[in-house]
Design a binder for this molecule. Structure first.
Ligand code: PEP
Ligand code: MN
Length: 347
C-alpha cells in the first residue's frame, strides 16, 4: 500500500496536482500535513483548516483515500468534519502519553483508520503504549508507521532506522499493519528508494512517501520529497520477496543451513563458557598475587591478535574489534566478581 503526498499542503492547486500525480503513479492514499510540528519556531507551520477543504476536493477528484496528521483534539474534530479517511499521529506527539490520550478520547466512537508514528526516541514500549491508548478508545483499524529515530550521532540519514525496533513490533503484533516512511528516515530524496526497498524486503505492509510537484521549492522538507514522476518509476520496482513456504526445495536448504547455524551458535556459547572458566582462574591468581585486574599490555595484545586473526580469516575487522571489546568488558566484570567473592571469604 502506497501513501504519498506532500509534507505540507501549501496551496489548493499544489494539493490537487500532487493528488493527480499520486493517483497516476499508482498510489492508494493521499497524505498532506495541515499543521506542521516544527523543531524551531519561525518555519512554515502549515496552512491550517483551509487545507482540509483542498484535500477533500482532491479526494472527490481522484477517489484516493486521504490521510492527515493530528496532534490535538481540535485537529481531530476538524479532520472528522472534513471526511478525511486516515488520521496519523506524528513522532513528536506519540512521545507524549498525555497528548495521545487526549487524541484517543477525541476519537472515541469513530471508525477511522489511525496510524501511529514511532516516537522520536527509540522506545518500543512508548510506541506500543500510544497504540494501546488508541485501541482502548475503541479504534480497531490501527497501524504503525516506522519513521526512524532521532540521534545526535553524525550519520548518513536524517533519522536512524534501527530496523530491529519495527521488527520486534511486528514479531509481537503480527497482525498490525506496519508502514515505513523512507522520506523522514533518509532526509534526502536520493536515499528514499534504498530505504523503501529495504522495508519492502523486510515485508513491511506499506510505504508513506513524501511527494510534491515541485520538491525543490517545497515549504517544508524540500530535500527529501520526490516528484510524482519519480514515485511512478519507483512503485514497479518494489517487489516483495517470495514466501519461502511455497518452495519445498528451498525450504529444505533453509532448514539444513539453519540447523548448522544453530549448532555453531551452541558451540560458540560453549566456547565462551570455557573462556569464562579460564578468566575466573586467572582472576583467582591475580587476587592471590595481589595484581591489578586490568592489564593494559595484555588487552592490547588480545585485541591485536584478534584483528590479525580476523584479517587472515576474512571476517570484518571492525566487527571483531567490537566483539572483543565486549568480551573484555565481560572479562573484567567476571574478575571483579571473583575478587569480591574471595574478599568476602577472607573476612
Ligand atoms: C511528516 O510526516 O511530515 C512529519 C512531520 O513526520 P514525523 O512526525 O515523522 O517527523
Ligand atoms: Mn515532512
Amino acid at each position: 500500500m502506497i501513501i504519498a503526498g506532500p509534507c505540507s499542503a501549501e496551496t489548493e492547486s499544489q494539493v490537487l496536482a500532487t493528488a493527480q500525480g499520486v493517483k497516476k503513479a499508482g498510489g492508494h492514499v493521499l497524505r498532506a500535513g495541515i499543521w506542521k510540528p516544527r523543531t524551531r519556531p519561525g518555519n512554515f507551520e502549515g496552512v491550517g483548516a483551509i487545507g482540509l477543504k483542498w484535500i477533500q476536493r482532491a479526494k472527490q477528484e481522484t477517489g484516493l483515500l486521504t490521510a492527515v496528521e493530528v496532534a490535538n483534539p481540535h485537529h481531530v474534530e476538524l479532520v472528522l468534519d472534513h471526511d478525511i479517511d486516515i488520521l496519523w499521529i506524528g513522532a513528536r506527539t506519540s512521545v507524549n502519553p498525555f497528548s495521545v490520550q487526549e487524541i484517543a478520547d477525541a476519537l472515541r466512537g469513530t471508525d477511522k483508520i489511525v496510524l501511529v508514528k514511532n516516537p522520536i526516541n527509540p522506545d518500543l514500549a512508548l510506541w506500543i503504549g500510544a497504540m494501546e491508548r488508541i485501541a482502548k478508545a475503541g479504534i480497531d483499524k490501527l497501524g504503525a508507521i516506522h519513521r526512524g529515530f532521532s540521534s545526535y550521532k553524525k550519520m548518513p540519514y536524517r533519522n536512524e532506522p534501527l530496523w530491529q525496533i519495527p521488527i520486534d513490533l511486528k514479531t509481537r503484533f503480527p497482525q498490525l499493519p506496519l508502514i515505513n516512511d523512507p522520506s523522514h528516515i533518509s532526509g534526502k530524496r536520493e536515499n528514499v528508494f534504498d530505504i523503501a526497498q529495504t522495508a519492502v524486503q523486510m515485508l513491511f505492509d506499506g510505504l508513506m512517501i513524501e511527494t510534491h510537484i515541485d520538491p525543490e521549492n517545497a515549504w517544508s522538507d524540500a530535500r527529501q520529497q520526490i516528484t510524482p514522476e519519480m514515485l511512478s518509476e519507483m512503485i514497479p520496482e518494489f517487489v516483495p520477496p517470495k514466501d519461502i513456504v511455497f518452495n519445498a526445495d528451498l525450504l529444505k536448504s533453509f532448514k539444513l543451513l539453519r540447523k548448522e547455524i544453530d549448532d555453531l551458535d551452541t558451540e560458540l556459547v560453549q566456547l565462551l563458557r570455557n573462556r569464562q572458566d579460564k578468566i575466573e582462574e586467572i582472576g583467582r591468581l591475580k587476587f592471590k598475587e595481589n595484581l591489578a585486574i586490568y592489564q593494559k599490555e595484555r588487552w592490547l595484545d588480545i585485541l591485536d591478535k584478534a584483528i590479525n586473526n580476523a584479517r587472515e580469516n576474512q571476517v570484518n575487522q571492525k566487527f571483531i574489534e567490537q566483539l572483543f571489546r565486549l568480551l573484555h568488558q565481560e572479562s573484567l566484570k567476571l574478575q571483579h566478581q571473583v575478587f569480591k567473592n574471595l574478599n568476602s571469604e577472607d573476612q
